[in-house]
Design a protein around this ligand. Structure first.
Ligand code: SF4
Length: 450
């Protein structure tokens, strides 16, 4: 029999008071999600209505393959357009008309809003409705905001998926819906495990193509694969679908608990569950044990960034032997991360949102062995001798389910191993360095060289 996850003796963190501070924040914007979403949706195109800054962000982050037609672009709204919003709408219609005439492979077009005030004044949802009427049924036009104002970078995916839910067809079929964009190989592992238990039919949001036959209805039960999908969760519930709340599938324990929640909802018997999960669980445990050696007894401090912080803290403390000092997330949605909070032992500070200066003060006072943070904070913290892990790398890497559990632990152990190596080498690199700094000044943080 597979054992049920042990609850912490001290009690979980679901009812721990949450420190809420508002001030300056250090986050990427939601446009970042286009980088992984355009790979998942093979007939979609993302047209950002934005500034040159947005275009630079997308091009530098996603790169452009010159031998392939890109599936994202930025329509740059010049400042002179401010005076004439009607002209801007006409211009947008013209750009979209030219795009769709040239690219007949596009079946879903997303108009993506951004920060500039002239963009905020444009009603992109009305524009999307107007264009859908014009181009239906061959193209579906939707809109969402990827603006960096009051958002964090993973909200881009959430906003995109939430925009899709209301226009999906109705279905009465009893089905499982997996929600969240995962790398294809990881998604296939999940489908294979669930399929081997006899669970089906299984659908995925985002579906690879607009005509994938995905519908939603009162007999749809859904499991989130990412903890940052609060708006999508609400949109699915408004369509009558039911959420299976579970710890997120990070590590052996999280994956088993996530699978078990689904298996219970679909009446899978314990023997079948055991038969399907036993071997991959054993592999995951072994891989985690090897990769987490250096993490045992070390402290970790999470700055708010990816919204993966709470499930990852659960994984690091329970399966890798780390001690969490502070676990901070941009938003804490207990309907989504509650099961992970139940498993987190009391002790760390839980915080939501950020006043970055105050939080940096707490981090400096705690001197954690590892700080998980955004790109903007990594270099300053490294310069102060604190090891860091870029939160964004956790979103871009394959980290879900059993076969990736060892890699997930490895992502956290690598900065600590590297720091140990540099600590030994530092005196010989710089004769004046008597050991006060663990690495030469100007050295990039771990993520830059990995
Ligand atoms: S959406 Fe806003 S934060 Fe993001 S690149 Fe454009 S201007 Fe910058």
């Amino acid at each position: 029999m597979t054992e049920v996850p042990r609850l912490p003796v001290s009690g979980g963190c679901r009812n721990t008071p949450i420190l809420k501070q508002r001030g300056q924040r250090e986050v990427f914007c939601g446009l970042t999600g286009i980088i992984w979403l355009h790979r998942k949706m093979q007939d979609a195109f993302f047209l950002v209505i934005g500034s040159r800054t947005c275009a630079h962000l997308l091009q530098s982050a996603a790169g452009v393959m010159i031998f392939a037609e890109p599936r994202f672009a930025t329509a740059i709204l010049e400042e002179t357009d401010l005076a004439g919003l009607a002209d801007a709408q006409d211009e947008l219609d013209k750009v979209v008309g030219e795009l769709l005439a040239r690219r007949t492979d596009i079946k879903q077009l997303f108009l993506v809003g951004s920060c500039p005030s002239e963009v905020i004044k444009l009603d992109l949802s009305r524009a999307a409705e107007r264009m859908t009427q014009k181009y239906a049924p061959s193209v579906r036009v939707l809109s969402y905001s990827g603006s960096g104002i009051e958002t964090t970078f993973t909200q881009g995916e959430d906003a995109c998926l939430a925009a899709m839910v209301p226009v999906l067809p109705e279905t009465d079929t009893r089905q499982l819906l997996l929600v969240g964009a995962l790398p294809d190989v990881v998604e296939e592992q999940a489908l294979s495990l669930l399929g081997a238990m006899g669970i089906g039919p299984i659908k995925v949001l985002p579906a690879p193509r607009a005509d994938s036959g995905l519908g939603i209805g009162p007999n749809t039960v859904f499991a989130l694969t990412q903890p940052f999908l609060g708006d999508t969760h609400a949109a699915l519930e408004r369509r009558g679908a039911s959420h299976l709340a579970a710890p997120f599938p990070f590590g052996e324990e999280g994956t088993t608990a996530w699978l078990r929640t689904i298996a219970d909802a679909f009446g899978v018997d314990p023997a079948t569950f055991e038969r399907v999960t036993q071997a991959p669980r054993a592999r995951a445990r072994k891989a985690i044990a090897q990769a987490s050696e250096v993490l045992r007894g070390k402290s970790v401090f999470f700055f708010p960034d990816s919204q993966l912080e709470i499930p990852l803290a659960r994984f690091l403390t329970r399966e890798c032997g780390m001690d969490a000092v502070e676990i901070s997330a941009p938003f804490i949605h207990k309907g989504i991360v509650g099961p992970d909070l139940d498993l987190l032992a009391e002790g760390p500070t839980l915080s939501e949102g950020q006043d970055v200066d105050l939080q940096l003060d707490r981090c400096r006072a705690a001197r954690p062995d590892l700080s998980v943070c955004g790109l903007g904070l990594a270099n300053p913290l490294e310069a102060e001798g604190l090891a860091t892990k870029w939160a964004i790398e956790l979103v871009f890497s394959s980290v879900h389910f059993y076969e990736q559990a060892g890699d997930l632990a490895g992502l956290f152990s690598r900065p600590l191993r590297r720091r140990d190596l540099l600590s030994v080498d530092a005196p010989s690199l710089c004769p004046k360095n008597s050991g006060g700094e663990a690495q030469p000044r100007g050295q990039s943080p771990e993520g830059a060289v990995s």
